[in-house]
Design a protein around this ligand. Sequence first.
Ligand code: LMR
Length: 390
Amino acid sequence: MLAELPQQAPDALLALIKMYAADDRAAKIDLGVGVYRTDKGATPVFSAIKHAERRLVEEQQSKAYLGPEGCMEFVESLKPIIFGASLASSTNIAGMQTPGGTGGVRLAVALAKAAGVAKILMGVPSWPNHAQIMDDLGVPLVSFGHAREGRPDMDALRAAIAAADAGDAVLLHGCCHNPTGIDYTQEQWQEIAGLIASKSLLPILDLAYQGLGEGLEEDAQGVRTVMQAVPEALLAYSCDKNFGLYRDRVGALYVQAADEAGLARIMSNAASIARATWSMPPDHGASAVREVLKDEQLRADWRDELASMRKRMHEVRGVLAAAGIVGTIDMAPLAQQNGLFSMLPLASEQIVALRERHGVYMAGSGRINIAGLTLGNIDNFIGAVADVTG
Ligand code: LMR
């Protein structure tokens, strides 16, 4: 019976990790999966996290179960960073820990489905796992074009919302859009918030890269604007990138409800879905984040390290943009984009040629991980793009 299951293709993005590892060319360049890299190509553990982990080893008294909501001190300590002082103290917002941001997205979609959401609007391209999660949970996706000519396609978004029914959900990337790097301006967020509110849609906000775009505060403005405009919202959060905890799977789901009684009911559903899905989230990474955020010095170190990552990615974007037209590709817009990713308009044969001829690994969509470029390899990358598109 089990043997009758059809063969599934491996996840295309995660398959790149193995393909890259198997390539023995010294000059290979990894622009695939979204992990930050230093100018030396390393993905180190944040120094504040290392300190916190040492402290945990010395001082943690127990690893007994906490329950499906995980560590509430972790969940609470992130609130001011995500929501700012005024929203953070709202008694209409509660959260629970999830295994990575993916766990947060999954729980958000499952809750929306349980509440009767019939379809979810989402700009495409998007992170491939968004559609995969909706498909797996059986919630239909209604897609619209996220961007046109390097800018958010507001006409497509307006049309999608106009055609939606009250009670539909809309999934939006809070910042550092994955895969395009094309984010909404604050004015556009204001308009989106108004449209969502007037159509009574449920926003599902995915904030997976806070601090990697313009800054911790700036990157959260959009989701705050939406949440202030609506009674109910779901926000999936990831610490995987901004605390460098990728494989420790650290995330959360926050829920905003119209009143406290409703919030308690919604959270009881979230806890019950979590229990049936992963029972309880892993603790170690979340505990390390909690330790960082409760210690003034470690918190400052973390912010500084995040700022230096942001600065490096802006510098890489600057170098790419300065290259201007490379082969057939205009690199200039990359300076206006945000976060780890941008998309190059490459045909699939060109992406294969980049990999085979030049050892440059990127997603099949043409998405590149900006942080995979360093002063040591960026000229080779630009030369390779010129070669395959020229
Ligand atoms: C990515 O888009 O590269 C990351 O979010 C990693 C992942 O899980 O896909």
